[in-house]
Design a binder for this molecule. Structure first.
Ligand code: NAI
Ligand code: MG
Length: 489
């Protein structure tokens, strides 16, 4: 392998042309042990405790990760507070330059990030390479651009940063969620204490190395690892001004309770159970691809996954037949293989949760269909699964499964499908497939969902705001809207 010395390219495709085989992980240097990133350096945890992170596709341990306790969180918050005094005062265009530098370094190291993301979390390398890592870099590019334009974004409103942001992220899009959180916080002049999820800390720690190398002033970004109690220490810290959380609705509710009565600002991006709606006049083959992408992308570990399929009666038979045929072609297996469509379930716990729901679905009387693919003998894997004849009251229809499991219902009229789509505690996203623009406009105004995709699904872009209604949370991330939760006017 030759080491590349050229400037990072702005075009991922060309950058990848020189990539070593992605299955080859020899060029990836993982440390045996990872420490906390506080005030610009890696430091040992106060408790001296470490926990293991695993490769869910092989069940092998990858590394030990430091567990931060209250003392470590205190250190991280005071580093962030000290850094805020300077960071919020340097010129906005300087701030922008630092963020651009992070984006460019991320592109330069994209291969390493992609492979580590796939090793630690189980997602197919094709997705890490083509979606997660490029999008993460794009978030930094996008928000770098806003840094010196806040006066234009909010004319006559004198936007000011809040202070120290505590950010807690989940395991389904580890680096991308770190980017969603860190980039707007920095662009608006805040400093950060971020905690990745315990099963997928490695790319956030690689990001910490990148941030150190970028020359960002010490303490502007601090990354502390650990599980729920570390997260709670951040949430309850009195010197934090804002909490941004993405994860389960249960933990989101806990956080909301703990900060009630404080002056902390809060955004919550929680679970979902999106309706993906196929009308008689939809382009059927495209819709089938959209259904597949909607539920099987990232093993279905997607808060906005199209996990409830609604098919209009006239096309139900043909859609289901084509869907089953397409499912048979999906390759489930080694996430490092470029041909793999569905990788490993993120953890043993998540696999048992999915299996529990599959049993519930069968007991509730829905008709299960699974593709006949072989599964690897080691690691946590799940066959792509459909439940036909599901009904609105079934738990598999009402609750978030967060795996490759799709429920299928049919409908006759537009009124009926709107009522069913909305009759759910969540309201994060939805999909609509039809030939008629008027139907799309009618539906998008009536569906209680933060994002509605029309004739496509799971499309993400830094310019576009994302967030939910009801139990899916509140506040928006991405786009101009994503700046607001980090500002006071
Ligand atoms: P979780 O909500 O427990 O974890 C998300 C993050 O919150 C992690 O960083 C975790 O360490 C942290 N956390 C846990 N307890 C905390 C507390 N008391 N205070 C502060 N931070 C805390 O999610 P988990 O247990 O990993 O997954 C359970 C289910 O949640 C999944 O099966 C899925 O249904 C849902 N989920 C939804 C996500 C989404 O993006 N909407 C992401 C992750 C999970
Ligand atoms: Mg892991």
């Amino acid at each position: 392998m030759t080491k590349k010395t050229k400037q990072p390219s702005l075009d991922f495709k060309t950058d990848w042309a020189y990539a070593p085989a992605l299955e080859d992980t020899k060029h990836i240097s993982l440390k045996k042990q990872y420490d906390l990133f506080i005030d610009g350096e890696f430091v040992k945890p106060h408790s001296k405790k470490y926990f293991a992170t695993y490769n869910p596709a092989t069940e092998q341990k990858l590394a030990d990760i430091a567990e931060a306790d209250q003392t470590d969180v205190n250190k991280a918050v005071s580093a962030a507070r000290k850094a805020f005094e300077k960071w919020s005062k340097i010129s906005a265009s300087e701030r922008g330059k630092y963020i651009y530098r992070i984006a460019r370094l991320m592109q330069e190291r994209a291969r390493e990030f992609s492979v580590i993301e796939t090793l630690d979390g189980g997602k197919p390398i094709r997705e890490s390479r083509d979606i997660d890592i490029p999008l993460a870099a794009n978030h930094f590019f996008y928000y770098a651009g806003w840094a010196d334009k806040l006066e234009y974004a909010f004319p006559n409103r004198n936007p000011k940063p809040l202070g120290v942001a505590g950010q807690i992220i989940p395991w389904n899009f580890p680096l991308l969620m770190a980017a969603w959180k860190i980039a707007p916080a920095l662009a608006t002049g805040n400093t950060v204490v971020l905690k990745p999820a315990e099963s997928t800390s490695l790319t956030a720690l690689k990001l910490a190395e990148l941030i150190r190398d970028s020359g960002l002033p010490n303490g502007v970004v601090n990354i502390v690892t650990g599980a729920g109690s570390t997260g709670a220490a951040i949430v309850n810290h009195p010197d934090i001004n804002k909490i941004a959380f993405t994860g389960s609705t249960d933990v989101g509710k806990l956080i909301q309770k703990s900060i009630a009565g404080t002056s902390k600002k809060l955004t919550l991006e929680l679970g979902g159970k999106a309706a993906n709606i196929i009308f008689d006049d939809a382009p059927i083959d495209q819709a089938v691809e959209g259904i597949i992408n909607g539920i099987f992308f990232n093993q279905g570990h997607v808060c906005c996954a199209g996990s409830r399929l609604f098919i209009q009666e006239g096309v139900a038979d043909v859609v289901i037949r084509k869907l089953k045929d397409r499912m048979e072609t999906l390759i489930v297996g080694d996430p490092l293989d470029k041909n793999t469509d569905i990788g490993a379930i993120n953890s043993k716990e998540q696999l048992s949760k999915i299996n529990k729901y599959i049993t519930i679905g069968k007991n509730e009387g829905a008709e299960m269909y699974q593709s006949s693919c072989a599964l690897p003998t080691k690691g946590y894997f799940c066959r792509p699964t459909l439940f036909l004849n599901a009904s609105q009251s079934h738990r598999i229809v009402q609750e978030e499964i967060f795996g490759p499991v799709l429920t299928i219902q049919t409908f006759r009229t537009i009124e009926e499908v709107i009522e069913k789509a909305n009759n759910i505690p969540y309201g994060l996203s939805a999909g609509v497939w039809t030939d008629k623009g008027s139907k799309i406009f009618n539906l998008t105004s009536k569906l209680r969902a933060g994002v509605v995709w029309a004739n496509t699904y799971n499309k993400f872009d830094p310019t576009s705001p994302f967030g939910g209604y009801k139990e899916s949370g509140f506040g928006r991330e991405g786009g101009l809207h994503g700046l607001m939760p980090y500002l006071t006017f």
